[in-house]
Write a protein that binds this ligand. Structure first.
Ligand SMILES: *Cc1c(COP(=O)(O)O)cnc(C)c1O
Length: 369
């Protein structure tokens, strides 16, 4: 079976360095918020090109504390796409704010700025730009909306470590940007992890307070706070992996080039790359008129696939109170058609060929319209 993703394959590649990093942490005896986290925070911020980053427990918490640091809470509206991980919506609710769901641009599948425009009200405090599947949102339009309305722009970069827009890395556009280091992400730990990044030191200091009981000084909660720390072991492993991230993203792009060329005549809708942007292919997502049969055909041929996502957040039961009454046309059409093909840097050329062969043996028999 060709797995859909294979975080273990990267551990195998870097096993010696990872073992050494783990041993270093074990022997030093400091396991939470020590030298490794501090070093990772500064290495990650300098890789990204922001002044600061703060390690947190996971990507959902990164969005939650970013919103809290901006003073967003009950009564405030936050605009986000519905086609994203449930986590983006969960974080908005965790902050006590009201999620307002925008449709996506059906071509690039990222939040549609025209839809956003129509949803801004006097209660809107932030827009979350989710760089979905590894591709930057239409940042020119979102930045223009920010300029005109004064609403905060927060980036959800959980699927887009290293993606660029007009040469600039995503995560450097918003007032705060949020990352997940879940094992299958482009930069992944061997457990949970996340970070908030930005260029305003006062805001990042606030994030630092929020992640640990509201402590400015040890044992003195001077602010509201939670517990969402990045641990030393994950930070040490992320420090091993960070120097390989750009090369890994290039390998993902090479696989996507290969898929693009081989599947061009298949009739499937393939990922469309935004002009002036550099996609990092966290996921390679195609669209089929006959997805159920397509997915089971691939499974029978030994090709693992997943759906990201089978429902928009507004279609999920907990979020029903926030669903727009007319639904979201592009999101609902995509969630019925999309399928993610195997995509990870270590996917071998032979396995890429097997994926292509399995796809073409289905589309050859089933004409897409
Ligand atoms: C993975 C992901 C998250 C959440 O990250 P966790 O570390 O799992 O909490 C948030 N947003 C998007 C777009 C994601 O893909």
């Amino acid at each position: 079976m060709i797995p859909f993703a294979d975080p273990h394959a990267q551990v195998v590649e870097l096993r010696g360095e990872i073992d050494a990093a783990i041993a270093r942490v074990l022997d030093r005896g400091r396991y939470v918020l020590g030298d490794e986290v501090r070093a990772f925070e500064s290495e990650f911020a300098s890789w990204l090109g922001t002044g600061w980053s703060v390690g947190v427990g996971n990507g959902t918490d990164a969005i939650h504390v970013a919103l809290r640091a901006l003073g967003i809470g009950p009564g405030d509206e936050v605009i986000l796409p519905s086609l994203t991980a449930s986590a983006t919506g969960a974080a908005v609710l965790q902050a006590g704010a009201t999620p307002v769901f925008a449709d996506v641009d059906p071509v690039h599948r990222t939040i549609d700025p025209i839809a956003v425009e129509g949803l801004v009200t006097p209660r809107t405090k932030a827009i979350i730009a989710v760089h979905l599947y590894g591709q930057a949102c239409d940042m020119d339009s979102l930045l223009e909306i920010r300029r005109r309305t004064g609403v905060h722009l927060v980036e959800d970069c959980a699927q887009a470590h290293g993606a660029r827009y007009r040469g600039r890395k995503v995560g450097t556009f918003g007032i705060l940007s949020c990352f997940s280091f879940y094992p299958t992400k482009n930069l992944g730990a061997i457990g949970d992890g996340g970070a908030v990044a930005g260029s305003d030191p006062a805001l990042l200091e606030k994030v630092g307070l929020l992640r640990e009981y509201g402590w400015k000084e040890r044992y003195h909660s001077s602010h509201e706070g939670w517990n969402t720390r990045l641990d030393e072991l994950q930070a040490a492993i992320l420090r091993v992996k960070l120097p390989h991230l750009d090369a890994d993203n290039s390998r993902r792009r090479a696989i996507s080039d290969r898929y693009d060329a081989a599947l061009a005549g298949s009739g499937l809708a393939l990922p469309v790359r935004r002009c002036a942007a550099e996609h990092v292919f966290h996921l390679y997502v195609v669209e089929s008129d006959a997805r159920a049969g397509f997915a089971s055909h691939l499974a029978a041929a030994g090709v693992g696939t997943l759906i990201h996502y089978p429902l928009g957040i507004h279609q999920q039961s907990h979020f029903a109170p926030f669903a727009p009454s007319d639904g979201l046309l592009a999101t609902e059409r995509l969630t019925g058609r999309i399928l993610s093909l195997p995509m990870f840097p270590q996917l071998s050329a032979c396995d890429q060929d097997r994926v292509v062969e399995a796809v073409l043996s289905f589309t050859g028999q089933h004409q897409e319209t």
